[in-house]
Design a protein around this ligand. Sequence first.
Ligand SMILES: C[S@@+](CC[C@H](N)C(=O)[O-])C[C@H]1O[C@@H](n2cnc3c(N)ncnc32)[C@H](O)[C@@H]1O
Length: 246
Amino acid sequence: MLMSYDWDEKIEYLRKTRSLYYNDDYLQFLIDKVWQITKPVNMIDFGCGFGYLGLKLLEMLPKGSSYTGVDKGEKLITEAKKLFSQLPYPSQFICADILEAEIREPYDLALCHAVLLHMEQPKHVLQKMKDCVKPGGKVICFESHWIASMSNQYLQETTQSDVVKLGILQKLFEMDLSRTGKDGNIGIKINKTTFIGGLMERGLTPEEAEQQFEAETKFHHYFREHGLDRYMVYAPSMKITCGTVN
Ligand SMILES: C[S@@+](CC[C@H](N)C(=O)[O-])C[C@H]1O[C@@H](n2cnc3c(N)ncnc32)[C@H](O)[C@@H]1O
């Protein structure tokens, strides 16, 4: 089946969702402690979109690092060029299909962010990423774990399996809950009693705690009604993996 391509129409969606993905200090921790990048690098971003990852990383990587973005979205590449033209970082963009693009220059880093999960041939893309990296360079993928992401969603006063089907383990936890009252998923739920209890432990009176609960519930409904709740709770469970090419 041929997948339809509509990323060029989703620049706003990409912009809004990306803004909450990572804390800067976490990315800096990855650069310094995990990937241990101490010298300027040249990197290539497969399926770069409007260049989100480059925009984040270039300001944290050693000065002199450069960025190449490849994407088949013409509007996305136009937007990326516009954004990067106002910045001091060396950058270039290639508007092409990542499965077909001929990438000659060897890079220190090949990256992708939320791309492999949308590809019909993810291993092929990974191989291309590997092929364009120098010996000792790195392939770094930021990809979602969709099941983990969905299992993080809970709507108050619903049974999770009515909304998100997760299989036997979910069935087991829900049966345990109705049989014994024990709730293996309590960590993802905001429970009124626990919430109010927590506020009272921090010094509020029962009346103040109740008021605060009502205020936050109101806030929550406001965001729901305005369709903004997904930005407040969105937890895509991104998995960041890195390999060194020998
Ligand atoms: C979910 S978006 C991620 C964009 C960017 N990495 C980010 O996180 O903001 C997926 C991207 O992959 C690109 N893409 C999908 N298939 C592609 C292909 N065959 N060749 C090049 N780019 C592709 C889309 O244009 C889109 O920009």
